[in-house]
Write a protein that binds this ligand. Structure first.
Ligand SMILES: Cc1cc2nc3c(=O)[nH]c(=O)nc-3n(C[C@H](O)[C@H](O)[C@H](O)COP(=O)(O)OP(=O)(O)OC[C@H]3O[C@@H](n4cnc5c(N)ncnc54)[C@H](O)[C@@H]3O)c2cc1C
Length: 364
């Protein structure tokens, strides 16, 4: 049965894609998209890249023109936090105590940066929202010292942007190599070597013991667990994210459709897919074919693309170096299971298609 009211909580990518898909697939009932940020849905990936660099402004980040939502009868409630979802009475309650009834609900609340269990003085930042990016951008003054805690993709992108802006950058990573959990240690160390070549001081196998502040209560240095003290005019904490699951019902609920980072791997393409998939499920349309995992990252002159899911015991096949290389992860039969591709968009596209077709053939 076609629902009379669909409410989407979370006006990020997955929420936006759900709303767009509902309308393009012909849903003409009430459609409410509720987000707690004061901005219409925007491109989060650009925050650590072009926006921080200053080559793109706030307006250019918007996923859709201002008039898009109104033109399609999508009620966009911004700056509105939903505090409670009742999946039985089918009500979403906003922080103002307003109850928004729904027949179907898409829960697309995304994820939040993981916090450090330390006292954090001024000058210590996280990066998830446009507001975070504004605050961090103000700190990236040429000649200043930025410490990035955590060697993940977002931290590496900020480090790359900051180096371009003439900032001294140190990355602190507790593991033996950055991004080792995703790509393995050997490949993580190759990336660290690239970062060092671009002037980043990379400190591995050490944690943060203490963040010191000066008399004006601003961060002044970072004391590492190995006893080293690093000058820090600003700090970015990039130690991963926690899915924002506080509204997720304890058990799967018939009329609640989670989508995006709230339940997904934390990648743009998966969130876009999920949002559209939730809309299709609500309308009773056949599910789209699942796609292989895919994530990209722009850093230090490389467009990195990770296709598929590398496994810890995979053999590596390395082809190329410098500004263009492919690292292929081979399964026990010698087939390519996944790859990290640097500045090789055509190969990334071909591998995505190949893995999608193989999955389909396997399922048939
Ligand atoms: C700096 C940065 C760079 C990135 N770069 C890349 C990249 O290069 N490649 C890539 O594949 N991925 C990248 N990502 C990841 C990608 O942006 C995310 O996977 C994607 O944005 C997830 O979309 P989402 O809609 O699930 O969640 P989000 O984009 O997090 O949106 C969720 C929204 O819901 C809101 N919300 C949460 N709780 C409530 C509530 N109770 N009430 C109302 N609203 C609520 C949040 O404030 C947020 O606006 C990057 C992420 C960041 C932060």
């Amino acid at each position: 049965m076609t629902p009379r009211a669909v409410v989407i909580v979370g006006a990020g990518l997955a929420g936006a894609r759900a709303a767009e898909t509902l309308r393009t697939e012909g849903y003409d009932g009430r459609l409410v998209l509720i987000g707690d940020e004061p901005v219409a849905p925007y491109e989060r990936p650009a925050l650590s890249k072009e926006f921080l660099l200053g080559t793109r402004d706030e307006r250019s980040l918007l996923l859709r023109k201002d008039s898009y939502w109104d033109d399609r009868g999508i009620e966009l409630l911004l700056g509105t936090r939903v505090e409670k979802v009742d999946p039985v009475d089918r009500i979403a309650r906003t922080y103002r105590g307003v109850d928004v009834p729904f027949d179907e609900l898409v829960l697309a609340t995304g994820a939040r940066p993981r916090r450090l269990p330390l006292d954090l003085p001024a000058g210590v930042h996280e990066l998830r929202t446009l507001a975070d990016a504004h605050a961090l951008r103000d700190e990236l003054v040429p000649g200043s010292h930025l410490v990035v805690i955590g060697g993940g993709f977002v931290g590496a992108e900020v480090a790359s942007t900051a180096r371009t802006l003439g900032v001294h950058v140190t990355i602190v990573e507790a593991a033996n190599a950055p991004v080792a959990r995703v790509l393995g240690e050997e490949v993580g160390l190759m990336l660290a070597a690239r970062w060092r070549k671009h002037g980043v001081d990379v400190r591995l196998r050490t944690g943060v013991a203490h963040i010191r502040s000066s008399a004006d209560s601003r961060v002044s240095s970072i004391l590492l667990t190995n006893g080293v003290e690093l000058r820090a005019d600003a700090v970015l904490v990039g130690v991963g994210v926690t899915p924002a699951q506080e509204l997720l019902p304890k058990r799967p609920a018939l009329h609640v459709h989670p989508a995006g980072d709230v339940v997904g791997p934390g990648h743009w393409t998966a969130a876009a897919f999920d949002g559209a998939a939730a809309a299709r499920a609500i309308l009773g349309l056949p599910a789209a074919l699942p796609q292989p995992p895919y994530v990209w990252s722009d850093q230090f002159g490389l467009r990195l693309q990770v296709v598929g899911m590398p496994q810890p015991d995979d053999a590596l096949e390395i082809d190329g170096e410098g500004d263009s290389f492919a690292i292929r992860y081979l399964d026990e039969t010698g087939s390519v299971r996944a790859a990290l591709l640097a500045n090789r968009p055509a190969e990334a596209g071909a591998l995505r298609r190949h893995l999608a077709e193989s999955a389909l053939a396997f399922a048939a």
